[in-house]
Design a protein around this ligand. Structure first.
Ligand code: ADP
Ligand code: MG
Length: 714
């Protein structure tokens, strides 16, 4: 497609903001390069280019004498003349080698690709400014695929600013759109812009309080700073903006919901709750359980919809909080549903609710993928007619066929297994959205919770039920398996049970499956019938088979449970005191912590044995050490975040809320705290953003609202 200059100008001036222009209209881009930028760098508009930030800068004012290049030298810029050019080698080894001489020494320049094209531009005696990563080959300094700039009268002096280095993918480079070309385009763009195109969006007092530079200046200086401090100030400003705006947006969502949403009112605590509490509660609630119940009661009585995230480490007693909240719902004439991520866990919740509530007049139902057609029909009918007060189940609960008479509360256990969209489907099961309680046993570090779940209210259970003895965790090499097996024997002799876990991470992976079977045979050899009985559970079994094996272990008919990670979440067998995790190096920290949480649930001392091969990566060693050092899920989560970075944390990927362009919520914790504090203050003082200071914020947010990036769709 070709656009005349006139047409291009029209497009530019007619659009609301020049920054929304499609990238191909930028001088020097055009349709061909435009396509490359879209495909390889996700740059669709002028704005995308402006926000394609360099990850570092090179001081192009520095020229290094060749004689000073050493093995410590990283990127260098040298200035000299070409003294020789030759092609060497055959086929894949074919390369172009040129020598550059600067009066102090010789530097070898090497190309493996684009040889004929480069050869044309090189001439003996031509002066060049050469830039690249220095290396050594046979004691001669060398740069492979250097950036070359022919020095002419016009540019014979080195550039006078710090030159940006962009994260150009290899493909961009291959299409001759490397860092330097990207820099030129960005430079062109910045020349066209003025402050009105990049208006300030932060109130003046915030800029002043945190010593932040203006937005337009920040964009200029992040690309083309004159000095290192200029660059750092630009980054600081843009990081703050990014974190602050995300905190403000989420805070406003929360504020609006807490202020304007219509919620079902659970006005009273009635007979069901009181009778259970006074007569059947098997233990004293922990302080944390009491506090969280209070927070929930306040929410559900407020007339606004509750959206609360409940975090509590494995074993902190979240199920009891769920149960008592559901009793409050029932006391007020509302139904509840309690959704679990696996069949096993859903059954277990069902069984334990039935046991605990056996003398309380509430009807409990269960619905899972493996419920028979007849069961399903009965449960669906009883749910629709309001006869069932508490419906437990798996994600089968969110299917459209499941209709309630008056759903008042939806509890989602072990939330990280559920997508955001799935959760949203639960909301629509009543005209007025039911209250939502999301419970997660994968502790999320505070910084992450603030950013990833900042739109939810947030409770923490930071206290374990009394009498728990910390789990002893040790790391053992695989060749000590006989000792490990003997240890299990001694525990079984004391009347306890053991888990042995195999890393069937992909339930379909053939190799892993064979490992599991081999492991099972091996365990059987150590623990022969009839003295010992073993349960085995894995993902290829039919639900009934899984359930039977699980039940035999729960009831104590079997002493050993050989399983894959299907038992990872929630399973509660207090008599189990040993957990062996085979190939523990293959698991991530949260998963190890989850698995370990299956033991230490009773009053006996419990053990977790992490079994690995001898040779381990540094990361794996670090993970194992952390596991041996602490039982605290929150500490483990923090470490995990440090090791892996936020992008990988389970359950946050799909949220998209952690995809900051610049900010890193670990390194920039302090900025995040300042941003959050500032956002909260604004929301409490001026939630409509109507004051004159906040106009710039309001306009900016409105401009961004509901904007679909049409250019990305086309
Ligand atoms: P999680 O938070 O991991 O879901 P559970 O709800 O499964 O933990 O509780 C773990 C165990 O602790 C269960 O056996 C439960 O009965 C017990 N428990 C819960 N609350 C208390 C308490 N306040 N005092 C003693 N034991 C408790
Ligand atoms: Mg649980």
């Amino acid at each position: 497609m070709y656009y005349s200059k006139q047409k291009r100008r029209n497009i530019i001036t007619n659009s609301a903001s020049i920054l929304n222009n499609p990238i191909e209209y930028l001088k020097g881009v055009g349709p061909f390069r435009g396509d490359i930028l879209k495909k390889e760098a996700g740059i669709f508009t002028f704005k995308d280019l402006l926000q394609y930030f360099p990850f570092r800068h090179i001081d192009r004012t520095q020229i290094t004498p060749i004689s000073q290049i050493s093995s410590d030298t990283d990127y260098v810029q040298v200035k000299g003349k070409i003294t020789s050019i030759e092609t060497l080698g055959e086929n894949r080894g074919r390369r172009l080698v040129a020598t550059l001489y600067d009066g102090t020494g010789e530097l070898e320049l090497v190309w493996f690709q684009g040889i004929s094209w480069i050869q044309k531009s090189l001439h003996i005696g031509s002066p060049f400014l050469v830039f690249g990563k220095a290396g050594f080959f046979l004691n001669t300094p060398q740069i492979t695929h250097p950036e070359m700039e022919l020095l002419s009268e016009a540019n014979k002096n080195a550039k006078s600013f710090l030159e940006p280095v962009y994260p150009g993918t290899e493909k961009l480079k291959a299409k001759n759109m490397g860092g330097r070309q990207m820099g030129n385009l960005t430079f062109t763009l910045l020349q066209m812009l003025s402050e009105k195109d990049v208006p300030e969006n932060l109130p003046a007092d915030i800029l002043q309080k945190f010593g932040l530079i203006k937005r337009f200046d920040a964009y200029k200086n992040i690309h083309f700073p004159v000095s290192q401090p200029d660059y750092e100030n630009a980054v600081k400003r843009l990081k703050f903006e990014e974190l602050f705006l995300s905190q403000l947006r989420m805070g406003l969502v929360r504020f609006k919901r807490n202020t304007f949403s219509k919620g079902l009112v659970f006005s009273k605590v009635g007979n069901l709750f009181n009778e259970f509490y006074n007569r059947y509660l098997p233990f004293e609630l922990t302080g944390a359980q009491k506090r969280v119940l209070k927070e929930i009661r306040k929410d559900v009585g407020s007339g606004k919809q509750m959206n609360r995230l409940l975090q509590g480490d494995v074993g902190s007693g979240k199920t009891m909080v769920a149960l008592m909240t559901m009793l409050i719902a029932a006391d007020n004439g509302f139904q509840s549903c309690f959704m679990a991520p696996t069949e096993i866990l859903a059954r277990q919740h069902f069984e334990s609710l039935k046991t605990m509530l056996k003398d309380i007049p509430v009807k409990i139902g269960i619905l899972t993928g493996s419920s028979s057609a007849k069961e399903k029909r009965t449960v669906l009918k009883a749910t629709l007619e309001g006869e069932i007060s508490i419906l437990t189940g798996t994600h089968a609960l969110i299917e459209d066929t499941v209709q309630f008479k008056n759903l008042g509360l939806a509890i989602v256990d072990e939330q990280h297994r559920f997508g955001v969209a799935q959760r949203a489907k639960l909301w629509d099961k009543n005209d007025i959205n039911p209250h939502i309680l999301v419970m997660t046993a994968t502790p999320i570090p505070r910084t992450l919770a603030l950013t990833a779940y900042g739109d939810l209210d947030y409770s923490v259970m930071d206290e374990m039920p009394p009498g728990r003895i910390p789990i002893v965790t040790v790391h053992r090499m695989e060749y000590t398996r006989p000792q490990v097996m003997n240890f299990i024997k001694s525990e079984i002799k004391l009347g306890r049970q053991a888990y042995i876990i195999y890393p069937l991470i992909e339930e379909s992976a053939k190799l892993d499956f064979e490992d599991l079977m081999r492991g099972y045979e091996e365990v059987k050899a150590y623990f022969p019938e009839p003295q010992y009985y073993i349960s085995m559970v894995h993902g290829r079994q039919k639900p009934v088979e899984k359930q039977t094996n699980m039940n035999r272990f729960v009831s104590g008919d079997t002493q050993i449970m050989v399983s894959t990670t299907v038992i990872e979440v929630g399973v509660n067998v207090p008599n189990a005191s040993v957990m062996v995790i085979e190939s523990a190096e293959k698991f991530g920290l949260p998963q190890l912590h989850q698995l370990r949480g299956r033991v230490g649930r009773g009053s006996e001392k419990s053990y977790c044995i992490l079994s690995t091969k001898v040779k381990l990566s540094a990361d794996a060693k670090q993970r194992l050490k952390i596991m041996c050092d602490t039982n605290d899920g929150f500490k483990i989560a923090e470490k995990d975040l440090e090791i892996r970075g936020p992008g990988d944390i389970e359950g946050t990927k799909q949220s998209g809320l952690l995809n900051f362009k610049l900010a890193n919520i670990i390194e920039d914790r302090q900025i995040l705290e300042a941003a959050r504090f500032t956002a909260e203050k604004i929301i409490s003082q001026d939630p409509a953003l109507s004051s004159s200071e906040n106009q710039c914020l309001k306009q900016f947010l409105e401009g961004e609202k509901g904007k679909t990036a049409w250019s990305k769709i086309s």
